[in-house]
Design a protein around this ligand. Structure first.
Ligand code: ZN
Length: 289
């Protein structure tokens, strides 16, 4: 049975800086180059944040637009997922880029603690972000930092706030939130299956838990996220030289479990995404400019 793994690369995030790892792409130009390298070794989703020139997180729609255009140009057909996460903006600024109509956007549906603060996702903001995504035909990825977030996603699907079956990502290993604990992972997966059946899902592990969550998700039939946003190291003593190196590691784990890495077309089909005009043009053999 062909059961491809979608590899998502979270290229930048809002926290890591060059001082943590010089390979973290900060400028839009660096981000496009880093994404292209990751794309060439098998990443099919680019999860994107943008930064100011000094490295500070921002939700500036113009920066998102420049990054989106660059990825479309250099990584034809790659699935672009923009972050509406709370570190880069406040309130509705977090969704100011949704009119750019990326393929996907991240959506948190509940609050929880982060290492040094509360990650606030009040119900009215969650509903507004979900409504904006529906208006602009953006597919959400539900960031599940807690078991309750899976229940909330299912409730939003049941009452129509989420028009399509949610694609849930279990995020584990965030200090003060869900630990990278096998029992908790199995509880999250069982809950997803209980509420959403065989809907595709994915998982991300933070810091040293990245490869562990890749392995658990791949072994259990899910999809995998990697990248410098979540983890800047290959191991305790070695910095990851690039996003591509982390993608290659995830691809190796997939190979160990006899799961091929998803192509663009497979990833788009699994996620039920609209066809990329760029991907369609490539498939038809025409030049994309
Ligand atoms: Zn992110």
């Amino acid at each position: 049975m062909i059961d491809p793994v979608i590899i998502c690369v979270a290229i930048t995030g809002s926290l890591p800086q060059k001082s943590d790892n010089p390979a973290v792409p900060i400028t839009v130009t660096e981000q496009i180059e880093s994404t292209q390298e990751a794309f060439e070794v098998g990443a099919t989703i680019a999860h994107c944040h943008v930064r100011e020139d000094d490295g500070a997180p921002t939700a500036d729609p113009d920066r998102f637009a420049a990054l989106q255009a660059g990825i479309e140009r250099h990584c034809p057909g790659m699935i672009i997922q923009l972050s509406t996460g709370g570190r880069s903006g406040a309130g509705r600024d977090r969704g100011g880029m949704l009119p750019l109509r990326p393929d996907m956007a991240s959506l948190s549906v509940g609050s929880n603690n982060f290492p040094t603060r509360v990650y606030e996702n009040p119900p009215d903001l969650v509903d507004w972000l979900a409504a904006e995504m529906a208006i602009h035909n953006v597919t959400p990825e539900i960031e599940c930092f807690d078991l309750s977030h899976i229940y909330q996603a299912a409730a939003m699907y049941a009452d129509g706030r989420l028009p399509r079956v949610p694609y849930c990502q279990f995020v584990m290993g965030v200090k003060n939130a869900m630990p990278a604990d096998r029992h908790a992972f199995e509880a999250m997966l069982k809950t997803k299956t209980h509420l959403l059946g065989d809907a595709p899902w994915c998982a991300a592990g933070i810091g040293r838990h990245q490869a562990t969550l890749n392995e658990w998700a791949i072994a259990a039939g899910g999809h995998a996220r990697t990248g410098l946003e979540d983890n800047v190291r290959l191991d305790r003593t070695t910095l990851a030289p690039s996003n591509a190196a982390l993608v290659a590691r995830t691809a190796e784990i997939a190979a160990r479990y006899a799961r091929p890495v998803a192509t663009i077309n497979q990833a788009r089909a699994i996620l039920g995404l609209r066809d990329s005009a760029v991907a369609a043009a490539v498939a038809a053999g025409s030049e994309v400019v």
